[in-house]
Ligand binder design. Structure first.
Ligand SMILES: Nc1ncnc2c1ncn2[C@@H]1O[C@H](COP(=O)(O)OP(=O)(O)O)[C@@H](O)[C@H]1O
Ligand SMILES: [Mg+2]
Length: 319
């Protein structure tokens, strides 16, 4: 059984359905990428798994979320609170949403181990500094005593990753953890996260809009578009032979070495808003392969012989 299983998840927020029939699973020790442009439903997927939908007035209206055999679907908050941080850690794009500005960073990492693992203060401190060193925070024993505002964005995000790791969780969900950082720092931090989770056998769901990040560390990837799955597969297979035109478009968006700095690479058009999802395949207005079927019939999510899942009437490679 997978560590986390999301089956046919649909959510409702104030009468709209921004996620429609999402399924995926993550095994222990696996790194799953969830990729899609802004507005695809990535963050809402994370919030659903973390039991945080009620905070924004949402709820799961269909489907199931199970974690380590237990049903998390609409689990009461009091029970969810026992899992959050301890067994499932959440890393967001902005480290300041996780850091307390008036508390020294070391103490914030310690807290995860004292609270969730019952460690004494001395043991927690030694462990925190060890994790900080593994995350290549220079002079970790000094930085331990710093406040968040004394650190750069990249260092703050490393502290948040250290906090997530300190509780020894089974699963980490990282929602665009490096998007706010410089490109060179981004790659380093993504590599460090991958190294740490692989070493510890922690499962990681890495949410990103960047297929380059997926290629860098993920084992499998789910491609989301406008609240539905376009395609999922092993990362090698996705890059060797993308089948959904949206996946190909995302791959073409990866900046290359000869890409001029600051030049905008994107897919023409934009992800429609929830109120304006088109009929049929939601990607069809932006798709060069679109045919008459695509604009009227929702492509079913099938399991093709080439592996994973695919929802497309006119996949690449087909005639
Ligand atoms: N709290 C909310 N209430 C209503 N609609 C929302 C809310 N949060 C997100 N949405 C809508 O749901 C869609 C997916 O959002 P989100 O999961 O944040 O996308 P992503 O993280 O992929 O950029 C967007 O169209 C967004 O406008
Ligand atoms: Mg998001």
């Amino acid at each position: 059984m997978a560590l986390l299983d999301v089956t046919d998840l649909s959510i409702n927020i104030h009468g709209i359905r921004p996620l429609d029939g999402i399924s995926f699973s993550v095994d222990k020790g696996e790194i799953l990428g969830i990729v899609g442009e802004s507005g695809s439903g990535k963050s809402l997927t994370a919030l659903s798994v973390m039991g945080l939908l009620p905070l924004i007035g949402g709820r799961i209206e269909r489907g199931r979320v199970t974690f380590d055999g237990g049903d998390l679907t609409n689990l009461p908050e009091a029970q969810f609170r026992k899992l959050r941080g301890k067994r499932i850690a959440f890393i967001t794009q902005n480290p300041m949403t996780s850091l307390d500005p008036v508390m020294r960073v070391g103490a914030q990492i310690d807290q995860m181990a004292t609270l969730h693992l019952g460690l004494g203060p001395k043991d927690a401190q030694a462990r925190s500094i060890e994790i900080m060193e593994k995350l290549r925070i220079p002079e970790a024993a000094t930085i331990y005593h710093h406040y968040p505002h004394q650190l750069s964005g990249g260092m703050k995000q490393r502290i948040v990753i250290a906090m997530a790791l300190a509780a020894d969780p089974d699963l980490i969900i990282a929602d665009e953890p490096t998007t706010a950082l410089d490109v060179t720092i981004q790659a380093q931090i993504v590599d460090l996260m991958a190294e740490m989770v692989r070493e510890r056998g922690v499962a990681l769901i890495l949410i990103t809009h960047d297929m380059g990040v997926v290629a860098q560390i993920c084992d499998r990837v789910v491609v989301l578009y406008a609240g539905r799955i376009a395609e999922s597969n092993k990362v090698e297979a996705i890059f060797a032979a993308p089948r959904h035109p949206y996946t190909s478009a995302l791959i073409r968006c990866i900046p290359r070495e000869d890409t001029a700095p600051g030049s905008l690479i994107g897919i023409p058009g934009a992800v429609p808003s929830v109120a304006h999802y088109p009929a049929g395949c939601r990607f069809h207005p932006r798709c060069a392969r679109s045919n008459a079927q695509c604009s009227s019939i929702v492509p079913p999510l099938i399991q093709p012989p080439s592996g994973g899942e695919l929802a497309c009437h006119a996949p690449e490679g087909a005639q």
